[in-house]
Design a protein around this ligand. Sequence first.
Ligand SMILES: Nc1nc2c(c(=O)[nH]1)N(C=O)[C@@H](CNc1ccc(C(=O)N[C@@H](CCC(=O)O)C(=O)O)cc1)CN2
Ligand SMILES: Nc1ncnc2c1ncn2[C@@H]1O[C@H](COP(=O)(O)OP(=O)(O)OP(=O)(O)O)[C@@H](O)[C@H]1O
Length: 266
Amino acid sequence: MRRRGFLMLQFQFQFHSCSSAIASLRSSASMATSSAVQDQKKVLRSEIRKALKALSPAQRSKEDFEIQSTILSSSWFKSSHRLCAYISCPALREVDTSTILSQLLTKPHSEHQVEIEKELYVPRVEDKNSNMRMFKITTMDDLVPNSMNILEPSPLDDKGNQREDPLSFVKFLKIVMFYYYVGVAFDKQGRRLGRGGGYYDVLLKKYQDLALEKKWNKPLLVALAYSVQIKEEGIIPVTPTDMPIDAIVSSDGVIPISLLAKEKMS
Ligand SMILES: Nc1nc2c(c(=O)[nH]1)N(C=O)[C@@H](CNc1ccc(C(=O)N[C@@H](CCC(=O)O)C(=O)O)cc1)CN2
Ligand SMILES: Nc1ncnc2c1ncn2[C@@H]1O[C@H](COP(=O)(O)OP(=O)(O)OP(=O)(O)O)[C@@H](O)[C@H]1O
């Protein structure tokens, strides 16, 4: 998977080192290819949206329950101190994360306490240029609905202090973290189709560059998927900026994809 991304980037590099005439010819060919890929992505997004709408409520809750139970009972979840997760949006038919979130936000000393107290970071869209940040929250009251009716944290907490942002928080990055990752479709080779905003791809690229420079651990990128969102190989179109996932959790269990996931999750 990593090799695929690397080779594609390498190809782009060779491409830009050509003479300007050839480069400009190739550049228009590349734009045509990339717009064809964007069109293919749109077609697949709308196909999956239909399949998700067709899922019966009973099937959806069965898969929601199984996915969350798999995560909550796993050793890799129990031993991780810091996590990023999405706040599921029912209207978008996203795999429910409410049970995981309520466990993560349960205060210590209660009888439902998770084994290790964990820190939870959730996304907030900053602007229309694909910029998104993760902010630490400690209670669901930290969340407010945005213009798309997705719950997200306000940048300041109730005392007016800036919330913790993992990208500017060194301690956080030194510890392996799990990213519960939203997407429209996934495959068992690690390809992921997002909603088309580029938010996750941009954030994860920023993180990856920083982690490489500072020799920080790479987080495990774990996608939560209904069965209809897992496609066979060759269906999901990808571009060089698409960040591959490490693992999928579906109602059938965990599918570790990358070496890192095989080490940590098998
Ligand atoms: N729960 C959740 N939180 C999230 C995301 C997400 O996908 N789910 N995001 C992940 O990026 C960011 C918000 N970005 C979003 C981008 C598009 C849509 C959306 O409603 N898309 C419609 C299609 C709109 C169109 O094509 O015009 C859809 O998918 O049906 C929602 C969130 C940050 N927080
Ligand atoms: N690292 C990046 N730097 C700059 N632009 C990027 C980057 N990653 C993605 N983009 C741009 O964002 C736009 C949306 O990309 P794409 O359709 O792959 O989003 P997506 O993966 O579906 O969305 P998301 O990442 O939010 O789940 C494209 O124009 C793409 O070129």
